[in-house]
Design a protein around this ligand. Structure first.
Ligand SMILES: Cc1cc2nc3c(=O)[nH]c(=O)nc-3n(C[C@H](O)[C@H](O)[C@H](O)COP(=O)(O)OP(=O)(O)OC[C@H]3O[C@@H](n4cnc5c(N)ncnc54)[C@H](O)[C@@H]3O)c2cc1C
Length: 397
């Protein structure tokens, strides 16, 4: 039985652990956070990724935890509704696609694996040394151990990628925008509704999902270069406050709530592009290997499908990890490329450049329901995403 250490217990890590244990491997997952991470933001499961979740027997539970969003309203500085969109169209989803909170999906994946996978919370890998027998791994807290293989499923700023491949700057493609999201009180009593205030170069959003007692505020804005020092949280909050100070509507209240937000998140919108995802006995999966950015809307689906394919190819190669890693890349790379390619186009609709573009967009959204063939037109909007989301066929391993 091969032992596999997976760094990261969010989406890709537990999914990989599930499938590896199905195929007779012995996975261990090490997660930096002290416990499974709750909360987060809305994420999507689309296309082929739905098949992965279904094969895990989790689809009914995932559907039961859907955000069940109803509508998105665009408002002006005084809160007047300028246009309304159906939530599915706003999120670029087709009929079967599901939107769920990241924490809910993470919890389902953890529950599905907790009895058959070793989880180590509150620790992190500090070094990886390849030996004849495997990889010698040292940890911040726990004792050193040897594993046959090590997989980085530890996100955009992957620790394993840094240890095995070097500085992240070589792999990052900056999409020229920054994003911030955090929990706020639902002072508008929103019910499965999204409110959106768009100005040239920036978009402020507030939404509340099904079953949630509170709401999320999200700020997305054009900004070149990497985000501020990740430890400078006060500096990041100042950046958001300065960029959105004059937006009117409920924005001042959302910015006030930012000070006490328990889960403030800030980062640049970036993708990870690597020539290869594997080095010796170490490989990467999910955002660590091929982050598509929140703008693609496909990061979660890439993580689910990538984890399934990696586990499957390791099983199919019967012990030859080098062959398995080659097959993993061959199977997955066109799918990754198709989904990463969505991000820049999507961003143009998420953060509009000029007042003229915003007025035109609002006009078209008001007109859309009254046009003949409006549902076919709406489908064309989601078609691109659907095509990318279904652009790989899942093998049965
Ligand atoms: C604001 C925002 C909005 C998004 N919206 C969408 C969306 O609408 N649709 C969509 O599909 N996707 C969306 N995404 C992207 C989606 O969340 C990611 O693509 C997905 O979570 C990737 O999963 P992952 O498991 O690869 O990595 P992550 O979810 O990033 O998880 C990495 C895990 O590794 C852990 N970790 C980090 N460092 C270490 C370490 N040193 N040691 C051990 N563990 C470590 C982290 O704590 C975390 O649990 C969004 C992302 C953000 C930030």
């Amino acid at each position: 039985m091969k032992t596999v250490l997976i760094s990261g217990a969010s989406i890709a890590g537990p999914t990989l652990a599930y499938w590896l244990s199905e195929f007779g491997f012995a996975p261990t997952v090490v997660e930096r956070a002290p416990a499974p991470r709750d909360g987060g933001y809305k994420i999507d499961i689309r296309g082929v990724a739905l098949d992965v979740v279904e094969r895990m027997g989790l689809l009914p539970k995932v559907r039961a935890l859907s955000t069940d969003m109803k509508a998105a309203h665009f408002v002006d500085a005084h809160g007047k509704v300028l246009a309304t969109m159906d939530a599915e169209l706003f999120g670029g989803r087709e009929d079967a696609d599901v939107e769920i909170m990241r924490g809910d999906l993470g919890r389902l994946l953890h529950e599905a694996t907790a009895d058959r996978v070793e989880y180590v919370f509150g620790d992190s890998i500090t070094s990886l040394t390849e030996t004849d027998d495997g990889v010698l791994v040292t940890f911040e807290r726990g004792p050193s151990r040897v594993f046959d293989l090590v997989v980085g499923a530890d996100g955009l700023h992957s620790n394993v990628r840094g240890l095995a491949f070097g500085d992240e700057g070589r792999f990052v493609r900056d999409l020229g925008h920054h994003i911030s999201i955090f929990t706020v009180p639902n002072h508008l009593n929103l019910d499965r509704t999204e409110m959106c205030r768009a100005v040239p170069g920036g978009t402020a959003l507030m939404y509340a999902t099904a079953r949630a007692a509170d709401a999320r505020a999200m700020f997305l804005f054009a900004s070149e270069g990497p985000a501020r020092d990740r430890n400078d949280v006060e500096g990041q909050k100042t950046t958001v406050a300065e960029r959105f100070a004059d937006l009117g509507w409920e924005v001042p209240r959302l910015l006030d709530a930012m000070a006490d937000a328990p889960d403030f998140y800030y980062d640049s919108l970036s993708q990870i592009h690597m020539d290869t995802w594997s080095s010796g006995r170490v490989t990467l999966v999910g955002d660590a290997a091929y982050c598509a950015s929140p703008a693609s809307g496909q990061g979660t689906s890439l993580s689910l499908v990538g984890a399934y394919v990696l586990a499957g190819e390791l099983a199919a190669a019967a012990g030859d990890h080098t062959a398995a890693f080659v097959a993993y890349e061959r199977e997955l790379r066109p799918f990754v490329t198709a989904n990463q390619d969505l991000a820049e186009g999507n961003l143009k609709g998420m953060v509009m450049k000029s007042g003229l573009q915003i007025r035109f967009q609002m006009f078209m959204l008001r007109l859309l329901p009254h046009l003949p063939g409006s549902s076919a037109m709406a489908r064309r909007i989601t078609e691109k995403i659907h095509k990318a989301a279904t652009s790989v066929s899942l093998k049965s391993y």
